[in-house]
Design a protein around this ligand. Structure first.
Ligand code: PXP
Length: 244
């Protein structure tokens, strides 16, 4: 059965929009776990646009499944990870102006700093995953770096996914084939294979059906749906609070 890691970054995005105290990512994590999530994922970005250091600190205390922190392989982040001690650290490529993580980390001919980051985190008792594009050369390079896990970037697949399956074009099967082949390669190389980025209720099934993929990390689409399925109840509760 494919595991689900729920990325709760955008609960913090809503809070940070007002620099308020609600909604609290810790509460969201508790609810996600009660609903059956196998893990909680957050991206502690260099610009702290959503998740804050203090959130991760509190999540470390409250998460009862697995806590996965996505981060750039910078000295500052490595130090924070060693202090925060998540179960897993996922090394990602991060650009300041990007709206979300754009591409996988290029691990071919990686600088010594990435190798060092993997070593330091692993020695610190943190399992390391590398977020890479679904390409054979990237998978091989990740295995050579001594990573335990890879997370395959499903962004291109998601972007090729139409609103209706009837509208699927050749790009979708091309992107799906890349993910299938990279998953098989990863498993053959002894890596634990995860996947994520841009997955939705509509396109997730073909990915969760890939036998080599053990876990998916999904965020935006779950938070987007939560906002809508919770809308009616939230309005009713406000009317009630007004005495109506
Ligand atoms: N995996 C990684 C490495 C990511 O950076 C993100 C986005 O933060 C996700 C998974 C989740 O992507 P989405 O929010 O589109 O589901």
């Amino acid at each position: 059965m494919t595991k689900l890691g729920v990325n709760i970054d955008h609960i913090a995005t809503i809070r940070q929009a007002r620099r308020a105290i609600e909604p609290d990512p810790v509460a969201a994590a508790v609810l996600a776990e009660l609903a059956g999530a196998d893990g909680i994922t957050v991206h502690l970005r260099g610009d702290r646009r959503h998740i804050q250091y203090s959130d991760v600190l509190r999540l470390r205390e409250s998460v009862t499944t697995r806590l996965n922190v996505e981060m750039a392989a910078t000295a500052e982040m490595i130090q924070m990870a060693l202090e925060l001690k998540p179960d897993q650290a996922t090394l990602v490529a991060e650009r300041e102006s990007e709206i979300t993580t754009e591409g996988g980390l290029n691990v071919i001919g990686t600088p010594e700093s990435v190798f060092k980051a993997i070593e330091t985190l692993t020695n610190g008792g943190i399992q390391v995953s590398l977020f890479i594009d679904p390409e054979q050369e990237q998978v091989d390079a990740a295995a050579d770096l001594g990573a335990l896990m890879i997370e395959l970037n499903t962004r291109a697949f998601s972007e090729a996914s139409p609103k209706s399956p009837d509208l699927a074009g050749p790009a979708l099967s091309r992107e799906l084939t890349k993910i299938v082949q990279a998953s098989e390669r990863g498993r053959k190389k002894g890596l634990k294979v995860l996947a994520g980025h841009g997955l939705t209720y509509r396109n997730v099934r073909v990915i969760s059906d890939i036998p080599e993929i053990e876990e998916l990390n999904i965020g935006h689409n779950i938070i987007a749906r939560a906002a809508l399925v919770g809308m009616e109840r939230a309005v009713r509760e406000m009317l009630q609070a007004m005495g109506r």
